[in-house]
Design a protein around this ligand. Structure first.
Ligand code: NZQ
Ligand code: ZN
Length: 389
């Protein structure tokens, strides 16, 4: 086990009805004026918007509203939000939504506390030292942004999707009521399941062993998510399955499943190139295609690890390690297909000749490689994209 720092400071308010406490929670910190961000309308349709506003009003919180965050949130929206947050002197940024809304709020919070352009954070021109506090009411179990240190944004000027990690990105509090996810459709539910699994598997497949306790936490999380996913495909309002998924979303990306291991999210680098270039592709759907393709390429560099994954997570009984490893990967791919996720890149209706562009984006124009079991340079990355077209 490597040395590590574990820091997960977000206060989680979990359970039924918890979102109605949002006003009280914010008031408890002494804040009286906030910016509220939300997405493209799901919270109005479900009635959540009214409940949030009622709670804020009852606690005397003044609200500056910025609705309309797009999935795969855009830097242009954030720039506008930063401007308003500064003008209005808001004290906290509240996200009501999924990962896109939370990430938009994270960039807004850091931008509002600095003088640089927000694109300077992911491009490493500036370091986020301060940020306004961020709170969230989670409506989608997927990205794990409610407890993560990451924030991902898309800049359509360059078709680039980039993230940065910082403690300033940690939410002060996260309100997680699984009931709020009953309205998430089958497709987004499945995207969330894949993303949660990917956050766990990415950390599981890094160069570092042994980490027995961390492995077993990861394996248990995966098994619980796989089972809950099967329930949700039949019964979208099953509270226990929604609750498992929501808690797993947070635990899969608050670093718990990576303690003592290296922290490289290799497949995420591939996926961010994909949904950066084609911004209508949902992050989880991209991962559903790319994760098996990546695994088929790299497993031979650590067969025992993939065999352990196959036996402990997918209950493969094959005694030969290599055969077991392959069976584990294929069972995972079948599970993603069962979730009705796309299987190949062409299912997204993207052109056959975009592989060079995707590999260029992923390697920042051949300026970097992505290191996992094997150092993935431009050629390897292009080959992986091609293998799953
Ligand atoms: O915009 P609205 O109308 O709210 O609709 C959203 C959106 O269309 C809908 N939705 C959310 N909650 C709903 C709901 N529909 C019905 N009922 C509800 N309760 O779902 C759609 C997708 O929402 P989005 O927030 O985009 O999904 P997700 O949570 O998967 O977030 C994806 C973004 O997070 C980034 C991704 O790259 C992507 O940009 N990630 C952020 C991470 C982080 N900050 O730690 C880590 C992840 O790996 C990921 O990269
Ligand atoms: Zn992810």
């Amino acid at each position: 086990m490597n040395n590590f720092v574990y820091y997960a400071p977000t206060k989680v308010h979990f359970g039924k009805g918890k979102h109605r406490e949002v006003g009280e929670i914010i008031k408890g910190y002494g804040y009286t004026k906030i910016m509220l961000q939300y997405g493209q309308g799901s919270i109005k349709k479900s009635g959540l918007y009214d409940e949030i506003m009622d709670s804020l009003k009852a606690s005397g919180i003044e609200v500056v509203e910025m609705g309309g965050v797009e999935p795969n949130p855009k830097i242009t929206f954030v720039r506008e939000a930063v401007k308003r947050a500064k003008e209005e002197k808001v004290q906290l940024i509240l996200a009501v939504g999924g990962g896109s809304v939370i990430d938009s709020c994270k960039y807004t919070a850091a931008g509002a506390a600095s003088d640089c352009d927000v694109w300077d954070f992911p491009t490493r021109k500036s370091v986020a030292v301060n940020a306004l506090p961020i709170g969230c009411v989670l409506t989608l179990a997927a990205a794990g942004s409610e407890m993560s240190s990451s924030a991902v944004i898309t800049n359509l000027e360059f078709n680039m999707k980039r993230g940065f990690n910082s403690d300033t990105n940690r939410c002060l509090f996260a309100i997680c009521n699984p009931e709020l996810t009953y309205t998430v459709d089958k497709y987004q539910t499945a995207c969330g399941i894949v993303d949660i699994m990917a956050h766990t598997m990415e950390r599981y497949f890094t160069v570092c062993e042994p980490t027995d306790l961390t492995d077993r936490i990861a394996e248990s999380l995966l098994k619980a998510v796989i089972d809950a996913g099967k329930v949700l495909m039949e019964d979208s309002c099953n509270y226990e399955a929604r609750a498992t998924m929501m808690w797993a979303s947070s635990l899969s990306h608050n670093d718990l499943t990576g303690c003592g291991r290296e922290n490289v999210l290799a497949v995420h680098q591939l996926e961010h190139a994909l949904s950066g270039e084609f911004d209508k592709i949902a992050h989880g759907a991209g991962l559903a295609v790319l994760f098996p393709a990546w695994a088929r390429y790299v497993y031979r560099y650590n067969i025992p690890r993939f065999a352990q994954f196959a036996r402990r997570v997918w209950e493969v009984t094959e005694s030969d390690d290599e055969k077991a490893a392959v069976m584990g990967i294929e069972t995972m791919a079948q599970y993603f297909a069962f979730l009705e996720m796309p299987v190949r890149l062409k299912d997204f209706n993207i052109p056959r000749d975009c592989m060079d562009k995707l590999a260029q984006l992923c390697t920042f124009g051949r300026q970097r490689s992505v290191k996992s079991y094997v150092d993935m340079d431009y050629d390897v990355i292009k080959a992986i994209f091609e293998s799953c077209y």
